[in-house]
Ligand binder design. Structure first.
Ligand SMILES: Nc1ncnc2c1ncn2[C@@H]1O[C@H](COP(=O)(O)OP(=O)(O)OP(=O)(O)O)[C@@H](O)[C@H]1O
Ligand SMILES: [Mg+2]
Length: 592
């Protein structure tokens, strides 16, 4: 069984692991190598102190056994104390320094993670579980910091101790040392056996933890739906199942790691027996120049060696688990953004020009195309409406113009400049958007409005708030935060915050996606009038289901499952008596 396991075992370091380690070293540790060297020196001093202790013990024992000089003995005692004091000082300094280094390395890594995350495409966030992102940014980064700053430094210290003491023991008696190291191949075999298990379990544990976190996030964010549909039991079952999965995996991980120390202890017992027997024989036999003091020192050395050696072995099992964490963190950096600035981007473009979609093909996934050869024109300075059935692709058109996604083929131009040629920041700054899904942060209403334009003056914010009919609410609520995702606000209040943002931003292109759908008729009328003044002279794109609000539009597109089925002015469309006319008629009847 041992050997079949052995053959299937993953190598201790896969090619990917080596790449990950190299990446971490190159980016976050290399620059700190002078300090790392200081840590290493402190560690070496600790090792040398041990070796000196052994040497002194040996001469101390000889004093006792042979000459019996008390002063000599006292001198040995003082030096031994001094050696341990030095070792103590060094073992205080080296972790302090190393933890500082590792924390900084991980801080830099976190900074990079944050920056990288900001660059990633929207689509990454639409397909990645939030728990996985949190796991990488919070837990995995933190665990790596501890691992590098403490476990690794301790392991290096232990390894150095092992090497130095081994050297001294070889010097004392090569034959005895050889007898003692017979156990090393056994230890290596054990390590190889458990390393694969540990990696696999750790991988599963990470994904279980990610699921758990995502589950918590979804539950907390969706509590209203959970309660209204009485799904508390199923939510708690879901979370408890995930929690059990984590427990099982951590027990299994512990079990796999726990095998290591006892097996090492057992094989070391074998080494002791060999040394006591063999050493005793050598001390008795005149053929070897090893005396009693030598044998005792050798045994003492072996005891000193034993603990750090098993720690080093244990470190390797921990390393296996942490290689998985490193892979988790590094994998985030391997996600490459596709929506990026080309090297020759421009910052100036005609924001008042026509927005033109030419033969655009696009689909959220490859096997489900949404648009195929879609062509539209939004005249500069005019108001164009897009209406049509739900899911027909209206919001997607706005997203494509804002380059939240790249088109599959075809082209989108604004004032004849293809949007890929425009710096993404510049492009997006030319839009004021009231989106269909409004995002409100857990902050005051005031700060929520200011979010789109942090430099805005107080007067500008008040004006925007007045025009969006939200100023009274600001006065009433003051600085109180509005709850996660604006949970303490009504739908219409959230919408008015979004509208106030559009007023505040006042960019040359206005995009309104169901901007007033959640408002009562009187407020809607009032805000529509103010929006009309905001839109004056600006290119305005309106998406709506309420056809009565687009009768004044300069042009109207009617969409049906990714295609334009009709277009024209309100009068044209009514006259042609097609889909629009029938939708309009039905809605009018509903109102009347
Ligand atoms: N982020 C996304 N990932 C995958 N598919 C999406 C995504 N967003 C929208 N879709 C799909 O693309 C299609 C068009 O969606 P879109 O949001 O553009 O419709 P819409 O016309 O705005 O609808 P509504 O009137 O309901 O707002 C829908 O079938 C939808 O399921
Ligand atoms: Mg939509």
């Amino acid at each position: 069984m041992v050997f079949s396991r052995f053959r299937r075992a993953r190598p201790l370091f896969s090619a990917q692991d080596r790449k990950n380690l190299r990446w971490f070293w190159d980016n976050y540790l290399k620059s700190k190598s002078p300090w790392l060297l200081v840590v290493l020196v402190a560690i070496l001093i600790q090792g040398v102190a041990y070796q000196q202790f052994l040497a002194l013990t040996e001469s101390g024992l000889r004093v006792i056994f042979e000459s019996g000089n008390a002063w000599e003995l006292a001198r040995v005692c003082v030096i031994v104390f001094f050696l341990f004091a030095v070792r103590g000082l060094m073992s205080y300094l080296s972790p302090r320094l190393s933890v500082w280094l590792a924390s900084n390395a991980v801080l830099e890594m976190r900074d990079d993670m944050i920056n990288h995350l900001m660059l990633l495409d929207l689509s990454y966030f639409e397909r990645t579980k939030s728990g996985e992102i949190i796991l990488r940014m919070v837990n995995q980064a933190q665990d790596l910091s501890l691992f590098v700053g403490q476990a690794t430094v301790n392991a290096v210290r232990d390894a150095v101790t092992v090497i130095i003491i081994s050297g001294y023991l070889i010097y004392l008696s090569p034959q005895l040392f050889l007898a003692a190291v017979i156990i090393i191949p056994v230890i290596i075999l054990i390590m190889l056996m458990v390393s694969e298990r540990i990696k696999t379990i750790q991988e599963n544990a990470e994904s279980a933890m990610g699921n758990y976190m995502t589950g918590i996030e979804e539950m907390a964010g969706g509590m209203r739906t959970v309660k209204i549909s009485s799904q508390e039991p199923s939510e708690s079952t879901r979370l408890r199942t995930a929690a059990r999965e984590i427990r099982n995996l951590s027990i299994r991980l512990q079990a796999a790691q726990a095998m290591v120390l006892p097996s090492i202890d057992l094989s070391s017992a074998f080494a002791y027996v060999l040394v006591i027997g063999g050493g005793g024989y050598m001390a008795l036999s005149p053929a070897y120049d090893l005396d009693g003091a030598g044998v005792i020192t050798f045994l003492l050395g072996l005891v000193l060696l034993f603990d750090p050696a098993r720690m080093v072995a244990q470190f390797f099992t921990k390393l296996q688990a942490h290689l998985i964490l490193l892979e988790g963190v590094h994998s985030l950096f391997r996600e490459t953004p596709t929506i990026t600035d080309a090297p020759d981007v421009i910052d100036e473009f005609d924001t008042s020009g026509d927005i033109v979609l030419r033969d655009v093909a696009f689909g959220y996934s490859k096997n489900a195309p949404l648009f195929d050869g879609l062509s539209m024109t939004f005249k500069g300075g005019k108001t164009t409406a897009i209406v049509g059935s739900t899911g027909s692709g209206k919001t997607t058109i706005l997203s494509l113009i804002a380059r939240l996604y790249n088109v599959g083929s075809g082209q989108i131009t604004i004032g004849d400049t293809p949007i890929e040629k425009i710096r993404i920041r510049t492009l997006r700054q030319s839009f004021s958007v009231v989106a269909q899904d409004i995002v409100i942060f857990n902050n005051s209403i005031w700060e929520n409005i200011r979010y789109v334009c942090p430099d805005a003056s107080d007067e500008a914010i008040w004006e925007a708030a007045e025009r969006a009919a939200i100023a009274d609410l600001i006065r009433a609520r003051g600085d109180a935060p509005v709850g996660p995702k604006g949970a303490q606000l009504s739908g219409g209040q959230k919408q008015r915050i979004a509208i106030a943002r559009a007023f505040l931003r006042s960019a040359p292109i206005l995009m309104l996606d169901e901007a007033t759908s959640a408002l009562d008729q009187r407020t809607e009328q009032r805000i529509r009038d103010t929006l009309a003044t905001l839109g004056e002279g600006k290119t305005t794109l309106i998406v709506t289901h309420r056809l009565s609000s687009v009768t004044d539009a300069d042009w109207i597109y009617v969409m049906e499952s990714g295609q334009i089925v009709e277009e024209g002015t309100h009068a044209d469309l009514i006259a042609s008596d097609g889909l629009y006319a029938s939708m309009y008629g039905a809605q009018k009847q509903g109102y009347g």
